[in-house]
Design a binder for this molecule. Sequence first.
Ligand code: FES
Ligand code: FES
Length: 158
Amino acid sequence: MTILNINEKEYSLDLKGHETLLEVLRDTLGLTGTKTACNEAECGACTVLVDDKSVLACITLAKNVEGCKILTIEGLSRGEELHPIQQAFLDNGAVQCGFCAPGFILSTKSLLNRNPKPNLDEIKKSLDGHICRCGGYLKIFDAVKDASQKLNNHDNKE
Ligand code: FES
Ligand code: FES
């Protein structure tokens, strides 16, 4: 048995060993918020966080992340309440078809954990591996700046 900790919940899985994390999330567990697109490490759509770092689930073997904390887009909101990064993406019109959004949002979380006030160059560099097929990059960068402000305000109130 392989035990994976996903969104603070433990799943016991009977894996053969060759399954990617993306296959396990979507096909085995039904966590379809993580998207499949290129399936070859080119687009960032399948990004999840593993121990707070952005990881491409399409090229990660599920068995290799046993013992790590895996966060998918489903684990970000608290019930009906969106995470401030999700809210910032909505507020800034950064979601068009939405296909790229889970990956961008999780990489933004990883960035803001490391660097709470990134400048535009740092944002661009950090999101470099992500493709938005709708071409909404400017609004996505605005959303990341807004998310940074929202999170800093939130922290200052606590
Ligand atoms: S689906 Fe994994 S990088 Fe494109
Ligand atoms: S919003 Fe459509 S791919 Fe980015």
